[in-house]
Design a protein around this ligand. Structure first.
Ligand SMILES: Cc1ncc(COP(=O)(O)O)c(C=O)c1O
Length: 451
C-alpha cells in the first residue's frame, strides 16, 4: 500500500508544475462527488487507494504555477522527503527518550535560527504555526511581567499589549484566549509604508500606564501579512524596554530575511527583542507547519511551560526533554523537514532563495508599472506586491480568476481600498509565470468590464 500511495504522490508532484490549481467545485457538490464516509466495514487496498486518488484530484494544488494565494506555496523536495520520513517514524518530540536524534536536530535548528536573529545564547522550540508561536510568546511575556498570574490567576490587573494596526489577527485572538482581553490590545498607527510609528507607540504606553495598565508586551511585525512591511524593531525595543514591556517580533512571515546578507537589514534591532516567531513554512518553503518561537534568554520557556508529569519526564535528559518547555504534550516532528531542506541547500542556498523572492517581486512591480491597465498600490516593502486593475474591483477579479481556474490569488484592504495581493514565496515561479498571471488578471478584468 505504501508503494502505491507513493505512486500517487509521485503523480501529484510530477504533474503539478504544468497543472492548474484544481477544478472549483462548491463544498456541497464535492461532498456529493466524493465518497468520504468510512463504512461499517473496511475496504480493500485498491478501494482505499482509488478513494485517496479522487481526494488528491479534487485538492487545490499549492505548488502549481497558478497558486499565489497565501504566504506559502511551491515545493521543496528535500523538505517533503523529511516530512514523509518524519511521518513514518512517528516520533513525539516531548522527550529525548522517544525523539532521540530528532531532539538534537530540533536543538541544532533552533540554535541556528536564534543565532541568525542575533540571540547569542537564546533557545527555541517548534510550535504548530505562527499564531501559536505568537501565543507562546505572550504567555512568556505575561509570566515575565506578572509571574503570579500563572499560579493564582489574574488579580484584576489590566495588561496592555501593543502592536501595529497591520498586525496579524492572532495577536488579538491570543489576548482573548489568554484572558488578557481583545480590548487590551492597542493597535498603533502605521506610516505610509505600513510600519508602526514609534512615537505613537510611546504615547499609547504612557497614557495607559497613567490609567494603571501594565505594559506587558509590544509586538513588532517583521513582514506584515498584506504589505510585507517591517516595523522599526530597534526603536520599538528601545521604547518598550524603557517601559518594562516584553518585545516580541512577529517574524512569522519575514524573519527568514535573516538568512540573506543583503536583506537582513530589514530585521535590524531583532537582537534586542525578547522573542521572535519565525515560520519556515512561509519564505523558506518547507511544508506546513514549520514554525519556531525563539527566546533571547534561556530558561524562560521552561519557566512558563514546565508542568510535572512524573510518568513522562524521567529520562534525566532534561536539556532535550522539550515537552518541559512546550505548550503541547505529544508534539509532531516538524524539525526533520527543515533539517533536510537546510542540509540540502546550505546557508548559501537559503540566502539565494530569499534574494530570488525579492527579485521576483521586483520583476512583478516593473511589469505593473509598465502596464497602463494596472496600478501599483505601493512600492513593496519586501516580497508582497499589491495593486489594482483599472475599471475592475480586485475582489471580483480574484473571484473570477478562481471560477475560471486561471489562478488562485487573494485580495486585501490597503488604506481602505481593495487590492490584489501577490506574495512571492515560491522561487520556482518565473518571469513567464508572472506575465501569465498579470495577463489573466487583465483578461478577466476585461470580461468583467464587458459585463
Ligand atoms: C505576520 C504573521 N504572523 C503570524 C501568522 C500566522 O502564521 P500561521 O498561519 O503559521 O499560524 C501569519 C500568517 O500569515 C502572518 O502573516
Amino acid at each position: 500500500m505504501i508503494e502505491r500511495a507513493l505512486e500517487l504522490v509521485r503523480g501529484l508532484v510530477g504533474t503539478e508544475r504544468t497543472q492548474g490549481v484544481a477544478r472549483q467545485v462548491g463544498a456541497a457538490a464535492l461532498l456529493g462527488e466524493l465518497d468520504l464516509e468510512p463504512g461499517a466495514e473496511g475496504v480493500s487496498d485498491d478501494e482505499l487507494i482509488a478513494r485517496l486518488g479522487a481526494v488528491i484530484e479534487a485538492t487545490p494544488r499549492t505548488a502549481t504555477r497558478r497558486f499565489w494565494n497565501q504566504l506559502f506555496g511551491g515545493r521543496d523536495e528535500a523538505a517533503l522527503v523529511g516530512d514523509i520520513v518524519a511521518s513514518a517514524l512517528n516520533s513525539s518530540m516531548y522527550t529525548y527518550k522517544v525523539a532521540g536524534p530528532h531532539a538534537l536536530i530540533e536543538r541544532v535548528l533552533t540554535d541556528r535560527m536564534a543565532g541568525a536573529v542575533g540571540f547569542a545564547d537564546g533557545e527555541g522550540l517548534f510550535a504548530p504555526g505562527g499564531s501559536i508561536s505568537n501565543m507562546c510568546a505572550l504567555v512568556v511575556a505575561r509570566d515575565r511581567v506578572r509571574p503570579e498570574i500563572a499560579g493564582g490567576g489574574s488579580g484584576g490587573d489590566r495588561l496592555g499589549v501593543y502592536t501595529s494596526e497591520l498586525c496579524h489577527y492572532s495577536i488579538e485572538k491570543n489576548a482573548a484566549l489568554l484572558g488578557i482581553g481583545r480590548e487590551s490590545v492597542r493597535r498603533i498607527a502605521t506610516d505610509e509604508r505600513g510600519r508602526m510609528v514609534p512615537s505613537v507607540l510611546e504615547q499609547a504606553i504612557v497614557e495607559d500606564t497613567a490609567r494603571g495598565v501594565v505594559a506587558t508586551m509590544v509586538v513588532a511585525t517583521a513582514g506584515t501579512t498584506v504589505l510585507g512591511a517591517f516595523d522599526p524593531i530597534e526603536e520599538i525595543a528601545e521604547i518598550a524596554h524603557k517601559h518594562g514591556a516584553w518585545v516580541h517580533v512577529d517574524g512569522a512571515f519575514g524573519a527568514s530575511v535573516c538568512l540573506s546578507p543583503t536583506k537582513r537589514e530589514l530585521m535590524r534591532g531583532a537582537e534586542r527583542a525578547d522573542s521572535v516567531s519565525w515560520c519556515a513554512h512561509k519564505m523558506m518553503g518547507t511544508g506546513l507547519s514549520c514554525s519556531v518561537l525563539l527566546v533571547r534568554e534561556k530558561g524562560l520557556l521552561t519557566k512558563s511551560f514546565a508542568q510535572d508529569a512524573s510518568y513522562l519526564f524521567q529520562s534525566g535528559e532534561d536539556e532535550y526533554d522539550f515537552g518541559t518547555r512546550s505548550i503541547q504534550c505529544g508534539r509532531r516532528n516538524d524539525a526533520l523537514k527543515l533539517w533536510c531542506a537546510w542540509v540540502k541547500q546550505g546557508d548559501t542556498g537559503y540566502a539565494a532563495r530569499i534574494d530570488r523572492l525579492f527579485e521576483l517581486a521586483g520583476v512583478c512591480v516593473r511589469m505593473i508599472e509598465d502596464d497602463p491597465d494596472l496600478v501599483l498600490k505601493k512600492q513593496p516593502e519586501s516580497v508582497n506586491v499589491c495593486f489594482t486593475v483599472r475599471g475592475a474591483s480586485s475582489d471580483a477579479v480574484c473571484e473570477r480568476l478562481l471560477e475560471e481556474g486561471l489562478a488562485v490569488v487573494g485580495y486585501a484592504l490597503v488604506d481602505g481600498e481593495k487590492v490584489v495581493r501577490v506574495p512571492f514565496v515560491n522561487p520556482s515561479m518565473t518571469e513567464e509565470d508572472i506575465a501569465t498571471l498579470l495577463g489573466d488578471i487583465k483578461l478577466v478584468a476585461g470580461e468583467l468590464r464587458a459585463g
